[in-house]
Design a protein around this ligand. Structure first.
Ligand SMILES: NC(=O)c1ccc[n+]([C@@H]2O[C@H](COP(=O)([O-])OP(=O)(O)OC[C@H]3O[C@@H](n4cnc5c(N)ncnc54)[C@H](OP(=O)(O)O)[C@@H]3O)[C@@H](O)[C@H]2O)c1
Length: 171
């Protein structure tokens, strides 16, 4: 079981624009059956966690918000209840322990944002980073991982518009 940050990213290191747009990402071509694509990745994960702005983006853009995967949203806000989603302001270490319990040996997915990923890394709980780099720079936005994290490049692939990298965290 590994705890993995899986995300799309601009070439200059942002996962969303300053106003939380992902148009630069969703407008690109990716082969869903190709290397490092989402369906194959999702298959191996048993639970996921995200921050409040990422959940808000899903509410704003998805007609059928989220699937059946057990999901934790860390927040201080009062979101409307949603099936399979636990809203919590518990310590990140406790959230990780709860996720591990329900994931049944499968990997854990940190959806983002980057600061939340950093909180897991601060506790030594981040194992891998998978990034799909889109062919674009946007100058500013939500940073991919605002920490100093040493990584080892384990795997690379091209998937249509994307340059994909899988990295392990060096401890
Ligand atoms: N490119 C991609 O593939 C990708 C992937 C993921 C996300 N995104 C996008 O990137 C942007 C990320 O936004 P963001 O950087 O602001 O990050 P975020 O993690 O989605 O949201 C940050 C907010 O989550 C809450 N939070 C974070 N850690 C917490 C903790 N330990 N306990 C309680 N609450 C906590 C806080 O809000 P409150 O205190 O107000 O609750 C915080 O301001 C979004 O637009 C999202 O859609 C893109």
């Amino acid at each position: 079981m590994a705890t993995i940050y899986y995300t799309g990213c601009t070439l200059d290191g942002f996962i969303a624009t300053d106003d939380h747009s992902l148009d630069w990402l969703t407008s690109r071509d990716i082969d869903m059956d190709g290397p490092m694509a989402y369906p194959g990745f999702s298959e191996r994960t048993g639970a996921c966690v995200m921050g409040a702005n990422t959940w808000q983006w899903i509410l704003d853009h998805d007609d059928d918000p989220w699937g059946p995967k057990p999901t934790w949203v860390v927040t201080h806000r009062d979101f409307a209840p949603s099936k399979q989603v636990r809203f919590t302001d518990a310590a990140v270490a406790d959230v990780h322990a709860e996720m591990t319990e329900v994931a049944d040996g499968k990997d854990l997915w940190i959806v983002g944002g980057g600061e939340l990923v950093g909180q897991f890394h601060d506790l030594g709980l981040l194992d891998e980073v998978w990034v799909q780099f889109a062919p674009v720079t946007i100058g500013s936005g939500a940073p991919v991982l605002p920490r100093h994290v040493e990584l080892r490049l384990e795997e690379t692939a091209r998937n249509l518009d994307f340059m994909c990298g899988r990295y392990s965290v060096v401890r």
